[in-house]
Design a protein around this ligand. Structure first.
Ligand SMILES: [Zn+2]
Length: 115
């Protein structure tokens, strides 16, 4: 299922940890809606500005998956409001200066952005 033109629900749900640990990573309609907003307002504009596909390292995590990966309790990932994307030069500054966000964290090799 496409959330927006260039982002799918499947890539937002995909997780190697979930596969390995047989966690279902089940999402509800409200969380899908949140993911869609994140794609519309942050990820699509970022992709359009730099003209490059964005690989999603981590999108939605159900509570069990979030625990399994050691995510912060009540992480925005558990609400469909966050994504981890590669830390490509220029992306952090562009999000910071031009795109809506509630959290923007430089994690080294990736960026955590939440709306
Ligand atoms: Zn994150």
């Amino acid at each position: 299922m496409n959330l927006t033109e260039h982002f799918t629900l499947e890539e937002m749900l995909h997780s190697e940890t979930a596969e390995k640990k047989k966690i279902e990573n089940r999402i509800n309609a409200e969380e899908v809606n949140n993911l869609q907003k994140l794609c519309q307002k942050v990820l699509e504009p970022l992709r359009a500005h730099f003209g490059k596909p964005i690989r999603i390292n981590s999108g939605f995590r159900c509570k069990a998956l979030n625990e399994a990966v050691g995510g912060a309790k009540n992480s925005y990932h558990t609400k469909g409001r966050a994504a981890d994307i590669p830390n490509v030069p220029g992306w952090l500054a562009y999000i910071r200066d031009h795109l809506p966000h509630t959290e923007l964290i430089n994690e080294g090799s990736w960026l955590h952005v939440a709306l």
